[in-house]
Design a protein around this ligand. Structure first.
Ligand code: URA
Length: 288
């Protein structure tokens, strides 16, 4: 049994604390969920055997005398740092993302930003959560806010045609959602703070779905997913990576394609090229 006051024990405690901290930071950075940001109780997360620091377990009977040599002197109801046994340190635990219905339920009552005071619905998603392909737009518009589903207005009808042209069924083969879940009044662009506040829901959604590819529709979706300030005209058509792992194809937003101007003819052709690249990436055969 080690003496907790010895230099060795202190060094061991410091190294355990450092590896736990690094592990938790990595989990948060990669979007893995389930890590409480604040401890839920005073109880340490991992109970260590008595031998590691000389503490008696809480249910040990009889209790050691407080003055016994090599024993902890802290009262048993006060949390004390407890080292993790060596085998646990070597084996990072995979933390499963929260299930989509749980994330959706939380989002449905969200009041984290002022959009919650003007919205009619929180617009979470439509389509198949098991899909390999996710389409991500900007934010709900008036129709979406009314119906509680993304892309159900004119832009949505065009999106469904694009998905159909890929030989896919919009209800069965893809998952559709937005960067932010509540409608900005007057369909204005979301403010950066609104994106920042809302995007954790999307990160959790994507962690739960684990898609093979993402199509980012328009500037806002592309910028938020890829952390870039470059415009969609520069980046569209080029594969990028979301969180260093999931291929993202940035392309034009269907609302842009609906604008009546000569540029849109070229933009539609380019969008179709981008979607064909997605089909190739996912092994979707060209539609006959
Ligand atoms: N535009 C979007 O970006 N999302 C929608 O849901 C509808 C229109």
């Amino acid at each position: 049994m080690g003496n907790p006051d010895s230099g060795d024990a202190r060094e061991e405690l410091a190294s355990v604390a450092a590896s736990l901290r690094a592990y938790l930071e990595w989990q948060q950075d990669t979007g893995a969920m389930g890590i409480p940001r604040k401890p839920r109780s005073a109880k340490p997360a991992v109970e260590a055997p008595v031998a590691d620091v000389g503490h008696a377990p809480r249910d040990a009977s009889p209790s050691p005398p407080p003055s016994a040599p090599g024993r902890a002197t802290a009262p048993l109801d006060v949390p004390v740092p407890v080292p993790v046994p060596a085998p646990l340190q070597a084996r990072p635990v995979a933390i499963a993302p929260r299930p989509l219905p749980v994330i959706a339920a939380e989002a449905s009552t969200c009041t984290k930003c002022a959009l919650s005071t003007t919205r009619n619905s929180v617009v979470f998603s439509r389509g198949n959560p098991e899909a390999k392909l996710v389409f991500i737009g900007e934010a709900p518009g008036a129709d979406e806010d009314e119906q509680g589903l993304p892309f159900v207005g004119r832009a949505g009808q065009l999106l469904d045609k694009m998905i159909g042209a890929m030989g896919l069924d919009p209800a069965k083969d893809v998952y559709v959602c937005n960067i932010i879940k509540c409608r900005p009044p007057g369909n204005r662009k979301p403010e950066p703070i609104e994106v920042e506040t809302c995007i954790p829901y999307l990160h959790e959604q994507l962690a739960a779905i684990d898609p093979k590819a993402i199509v980012a529709l328009g500037n806002t979706a592309m910028a938020a997913l890829l952390n870039t300030k470059l415009g969609i005209t520069k980046v569209r058509g080029q594969w990028k990576l979301y969180r260093g792992r999931v291929p993202v194809m940035p392309t034009y937003h269907p609302s842009y394609l609906l604008r009546p101007s000569a540029q849109q003819i070229e933009a539609k052709k380019q969008t179709w090229e981008d979607l064909q690249a997605v089909m190739k990436e996912l092994g979707i055969p060209p539609k006959k």
